[in-house]
Design a protein around this ligand. Structure first.
Ligand code: B12
Length: 158
């Protein structure tokens, strides 16, 4: 219920929050991994990213790995956001990062992950670039990832 209240408020606020902002902070492709239908947390993250002037494309829920790969090739995002909300769907995040490497795409996109069972430890384990603890943290980390991509010499873990 609180997520729905947040979203209804954001529909009113968003046009005002982004008014006057020029250009985009960065392009984000985001989705909930295959087998997982949860989306409330992801929606909050998307709203907050949009308020921070990120151009966000939401691929939805239960997104097949192939769709993530095809959309990365098609739209060349700066950041790939993966949401996962059950321990049973966590392995899919590792599969996607492995597939990015096999497809030669890993260096072209920064990967940020989040969701109830996700931790910094898990992000490190599967080779993600960042973990977003909550929506505020997600925006902060996304900003840092875009800055890193623009200044690769300054790359350090976020
Ligand atoms: C609401 C809910 C549902 C709703 C989902 C509605 C919706 N539209 O999403 C419904 C009722 C449909 C549902 C269904 C199921 N659920 Co459910 N669900 C929950 C519940 C109660 C809350 C999740 C939630 O929305 N939290 C609120 C949001 C705002 O928080 P959040 O997701 O953590 O998001 C924040 C951060 O994680 C972060 N974040 C989130 N996404 C992202 C993404 C990125 C990229 C980044 C950087 C950050 C980030 O920022 C967000 C905002 O601060 C949790 C229990 C819990 N307390 O977490 C169980 C829970 C996740 N569900 C669970 C289960 C088992 C199921 C079902 C399988 C139940 C069933 N037997 O059918 C199905 C799933 C079906 C499927 N294939 O997906 C289990 C998972 C257990 C596990 N193995 O890990 C949980 C943990 C409950 C439990 N304790 O058993 N569920």
């Amino acid at each position: 219920m609180s997520t729905e209240a947040f979203r209804i408020a954001m529909e009113v606020l968003e046009p005002h929050l982004s008014a006057g902002q020029i250009g985009s902070t960065g392009k984000v492709l985001i989705g909930t991994v295959s087998g997982d239908m949860h989306n409330l947390g992801k929606k909050i993250v998307i709203d907050m990213l949009r308020c921070a002037n990120f151009n966000v494309t939401d691929l939805g829920e239960d997104v097949p790995m192939k769709t993530f790969i095809d959309k990365i090739i098609e739209s060349k995002p700066d950041i790939l956001g993966l949401g996962c909300y059950m321990t049973t769907t966590m392995p899919e995040m590792r599969n996607i990062i492995t597939e990015l490497k096999h497809s030669g795409l890993r260096d072209s996109v920064r990967v940020i992950i989040g969701g109830v069972p996700i931790s910094q430890e898990f992000a490190d384990e599967i080779g993600a670039d960042a973990w977003g603890k909550d929506a505020f943290d997600a925006v902060e980390k996304a900003r840092q990832l875009v800055t890193q991509a623009e200044m690769p010499d300054e790359k350090e873990k976020v």
